[in-house]
Structure formats: C-alpha cells, structure tokens
Design a protein around this ligand. Sequence first.
Ligand code: SF4
Length: 388
Amino acid sequence: MKDTLFIQFYNYNQRFYNYELSNGFSDTYDLCKSYGDFYWVNHKKIKLDQKDFGYDDDFIIDRGTVYASVSFTSHLYQVYLWALRYPNINFIVGGPCIFWGNGYKIIKQLPKNITFIYKTVEEYFGKPNFSYQWKLVPPKDIQQNEVLSYSYSMENVCYWRKCIFCSFQHQQKIHYIRNRKKFNNEYLNVDYKGKKEIRLNADSFAPKTIKSFFNGLTIPNDIKHLRIFMRPTLAEYHNLKYIKTKVQISLGLEFPSERMWNYINKGYNYEDVSKVINHMSENTNFKLIVNIILGWNNLIPEDIINMRSFLLKLNYPSLTTFVVHNLFIFSGSHLMDDYPNIQDKITVGPFYMGYKPNISKEQLKLNKEAYQIIEHLKEVKNITIHDV
Ligand code: SF4
C-alpha cells in the first residue's frame, strides 16, 4: 500500500436493498492512480454516536497523504476523527459535502492536517476537466448477486435553488463546479456482473439535460434502472417523452398543498404535478418515489383537505413509494433565518448542522393528520412508506 491514498465510502442501504458506492474519484480514476492507491471504506463500521473515534479499525496507514471524497456529513466526520488520530497524515478533502458545504457551519477549529478543496480533482492537479476516462473498480467484498448502486455526476448545482428549506439555494459561484457537457456510455463499463443501478447525480435534473441525456438512450439488461431527482414542472414534463428506458424518479413534493408550495417556493402547481405523475403512471418504465416533509409549524386545515383530495386523485401504478422526512432546518437555508422554536440543535463534531423545530400542539395535530392520509394511501393504493 502506497503512502498516498484516495478513499471512497460505501454502505449497504437497507431501504433499497443495494450497495451504495460514493465513487467520487471515478471521473479521474487514472489520474488518481498515478499518485496513489484507491481504498474503499465500508461505511457500516462508522458509529456516529461514539464520543471517541468513530471507526472500529485502525486506519490503513499512519503517515502520508489521504485524499477523501466525502458525500455526506458522516463521511466528513469520519475523516475529521482520523485527522485527529493521525497527525502525520495530511487529509485533503473534497466532494459534494464540501463544495455544497453550506448545509453546515464549522464551529470549532479543525485539525491543521485537514484541508478542504473547493475544486475538482483535475483542477487540483492542474489538468483540464473531463480529460480522463470515467472508471470504477467496485469494492472486492461485494458479491455479484447484490445490486450495486453507483453514481455518475451530471450537474453539480441545482438549476432552481429557490426552495426555502434547502441549503443549496445559497450555493456560491465558487461551488459551481463543472457540469458534464458530453454524455457517452462510459459509466456502463464497470467490472461487475450483478445488477447495477446508476444514480445520475444532479440536485434536480434540468429539463434540457433530460432531453440531451435520454434522447435515443438504450441501456443493457444488467442495468436495473437509472435513478434521478427531478422537479415535476411543465418544462420537465415536455421532455419526459425522451425517456424510453427504466428510470426511478424521485420527486420532492415536500407538502402537497399549493399554499405550502408557494410558501416553500417550489414553483409548480397541482396541474403541473398531476400531469407529470399521471404521465409516468401510464408508462411502466417509470418507478416513482415521492418525498414528503412533515413537521411544519404553519399548516392550516385547508392544507390537509387539499393534500388529501390531490393525493387521492393521482394515478398510482408507477407511484410506489412515499419517503417521509421530518423537517430539519439546515444551517445556511433560508428557513434558518426566520423559523422560530428551536427544539434540538444538531452538531456533529466541529460541524453545526442545524436544528429540529419545535411545533405547537395544534400544528402537531395537523401534521399527524397529514401522516394519516399517507398511511391511508398505503392501504388503498398499495404504497410503501419509508420514514426517514
Ligand atoms: S429542494 Fe431540490 S429543487 Fe429545491 S433548491 Fe433544493 S435541490 Fe433544488
């Protein structure tokens, strides 16, 4: 093992029964390989509740340079713990969690041997962006009968950036790292015989990207499906006709009431969303996951009535799953400035993530009624609910 490592994290996702790889160095595999070795970190070993060091094992080297691709705060926290424990290793840290890093604030001094880079790997090493072949060598311990899920980055900034709970709305220009301009099928070349699922990474797939990526695209049978996040607006709707392959689509409906969508700044209405969902339901290629957020403190009884009638009216064959989230006020989101009633402040090591809001009894009742509507859909429309 060299004393320069490129580490990437992976974990088994119980919810979707697959291995999720955070393969952040895939765009620059050969460039990284010329400097050091790749090292996969199995995320399940990390225990965030431990006061001490979160990782069960010793790190694989105790001096040298470690480049880390961090997608989530838990990855970042783990790297921070290693930086404390291994002062003779320089940790150079990049990836989505860093360059979109306005979902947290640094509240304590970081160790001197940890450096964040707000650049692509190519820029860091002085090379042109996308001048290398995309490549992925999966972790060796994943059996070929498992579903392998990995990502292929498309756009590194949300084209909308207006939703008030989302910290992406404050993304700085410095964080607008390259968007992929040319699509080819390089991401299909993975040395893995089992089923694969590809997460096409974009905070919200822009309408023009839907057209340019999916137009004429066919994919082989070992690809279980592609996975994207998309806004359900008319612009996206008009480009859905270009999707002729199996796609799992996540829609952030947040709270399905037009009054709440206006408040959140979603920029769509019932008519747009119904068109998108009903179109997808008429086509078996689509598998649809809808994200709902509960825990609001400004609901009115009409929101609940409208939510019920809207959700009951939708066509369901493709809409299979509701993922229900609890409202969390991220540091850096617009809501952070004007949402009252802090309940629990959440810190992860030296990082302040934000807080859970406290809501009144009356609001709790309305939020519960909203949840009961979703539970009712589970019975009558055969929907799966995932509570996050
Ligand atoms: S919630 Fe989604 S659409 Fe809204 S700003 Fe964030 S990433 Fe963009």
